[in-house]
Design a protein around this ligand. Structure first.
Ligand SMILES: NC(=O)c1ccc[n+]([C@@H]2O[C@H](COP(=O)([O-])OP(=O)(O)OC[C@H]3O[C@@H](n4cnc5c(N)ncnc54)[C@H](O)[C@@H]3O)[C@@H](O)[C@H]2O)c1
Length: 425
């Protein structure tokens, strides 16, 4: 279990200048995106750094749902500035980009694919300490302020992938509920669905003592360990909190209590899945959002390009996924159904997956503006083969998927069936 350092509370963004001063950093690269650059969160950050006399520069060209080329551009920027610390202010796209700027600025001669998850990259471990990175999340979703993971779209492979290692974990996450108040309703909903799936997938992941293969050296032990007694506490609490507060947070921008609780839920889920891992919803989501054959553009996102937001791409397969995983651990799936308010006293043995899938489908429908399956995102039966091909390389998360075969041909069939089943719910 690797711990995350978190500070939580309305207004705590103001302390970030003192934090850098206390750490002895005086040349900070602030990373944000063009929308967040205009928000109060950035104003607070600049005031906090200015009042402590910390020298900084702002990089605001981060791409929403980053691609390898946008990451490379950001790395070139930070290498040229040569900061001694990083500050990410934004959602997962910004925090992940900042993590990679930090990594490659500290490994100036590394090739981009050196650390990228195998088999798409070489999956080399990070063997030295990086510069301090403070993350100030402005969405309540990815939990990236707590994790050692950074995700981007590897365009040539038509799939999202990333880099995962404990060394990428931010030095400190500053979770200030004032900073998420400006999220559009659509971003609330989709980032909150990411939290829901982080919680459910880490709660149902293969247990840590059953995960294979055993690493030859502790440095090779993956950040994603499998479900374990400590991550369980975080994941289940995050699940309950998301079910209670996400509908309120997405519908009412003035419901500050619900928004604060969702920010906390995202962080709790981050600690849970950052140690236990995620599995099929995430593994299958990477080709969904990357391939996007119908050029779907989700409502409410300020992007001129087609976009299937990350949270939408993970939740769309969830009813199919948990039907599939339930036989591996029916009790856990029942506990999850209970969290959705289902009376499970008379559920028949063998139908736990159906019950959880129904509860999930109802939750997604009631949240509103969600595609009711892959067809709603413009996918058709003919796209399944390519979706499966884009999922197979996601070994980092698939190895935690209960019920998925280790035989690659059988795995292909199972994934094909899952994508077919996820066409509508
Ligand atoms: N590192 C991890 O552990 C991890 C986990 C899950 C997802 N991810 C990745 O994170 C990315 C998604 O991040 P996200 O869901 O946080 O969203 P995001 O960072 O992509 O932001 C979504 C949109 O909301 C805007 N926005 C952000 N905060 C706002 C605010 N307070 N007010 C108004 N607008 C705001 C952004 O400018 C952007 O247009 C994906 O690339 C996903 O793969 C990473």
């Amino acid at each position: 279990m690797a711990a995350s350092s978190i500070r939580f509370g309305p207004g705590c963004t103001k302390e970030v200048g003192m934090d850098f001063k206390n750490m002895g950093s005086n040349r900070v690269c602030v990373v944000t995106d063009q929308n967040v650059a205009k928000l109060d969160a950035m104003k607070q950050v600049e005031q906090a750094l200015g009042s402590e006399g910390v020298e900084y520069t702002v990089y605001q060209r981060t791409m929403v749902e980053p691609k390898d080329y946008s990451i490379r551009e950001a790395i070139d920027f930070s290498k040229a500035y040569a900061p001694d610390a990083f500050l990410a202010v934004g959602g997962g796209s910004v925090i992940d980009t900042a993590k990679l700027m930090n990594l490659y600025t500290n490994y100036p001669s590394a090739s981009f694919l050196d650390f990228v998850n195998a088999p798409l990259g070489l999956g080399k471990p990070i063997d030295k300490k990086l510069s301090p990175l403070i993350a100030v999340p402005t969405t309540a979703g990815t939990g990236s302020e707590t994790t050692g993971t950074a995700i981007f779209d590897l365009v040539s492979k038509k799939a999202k992938t990333g880099i995962a290692h404990r060394a990428l974990k931010p030095t400190l996450g500053i979770c200030d509920p004032y900073n998420t108040r400006t999220m559009p309703s659509a971003v609330h909903a989709s980032s909150g669905l990411d939290v829901l799936c982080h919680a459910l997938e880490s709660w149902t992941a293969i247990p840590y003592q059953q995960r294979v293969p055993r690493p030859p050296n502790p440095i090779n032990r993956p950040a994603y360990q499998g479900a374990n007694p400590i991550s369980d506490i975080f994941s289940l609490q995050a699940l309950k909190q998301t079910i209670k507060y996400l509908p309120r947070a997405a519908k009412d921008p003035d419901d500050f209590e619900a928004q604060s609780e969702m920010l906390l839920a995202a962080t709790l889920a981050g600690v849970g899945f950052g140690n236990a891992g995620v599995h099929l919803c995430h593994g299958m989501s990477y080709p969904i959002s990357s391939q996007n054959p119908a050029k779907y553009k989700h409502y409410g996102y300020q992007s001129s390009d087609p976009i299937i937001p990350h949270g939408v791409s993970v939740a769309v397969t969830a009813p199919a996924v948990f039907k599939f995983t339930a036989p591996s651990n029916p009790e856990r799936h029942l506990v999850a159904a209970e969290a959705f308010g289902v009376d499970t006293t008379s559920v028949k043995r063998g139908s736990e997956g159906e019950v959880l899938a129904e509860a999930l489908a109802r939750f997604l429908s009631e949240l509103g503006d969600q595609p009711r399956g892959l067809k709603g995102l413009g996918f058709q039966g003919k796209d399944v083969e390519e979706l499966v091909e884009g999922t197979i390389p996601q070994k980092r998360v698939l190895m935690l998927a209960p019920g998925l075969s280790l035989d690659v041909e059988r795995e292909r069939e199972q994934l094909g069936d899952l994508f077919e089943d996820a066409m509508d719910y």
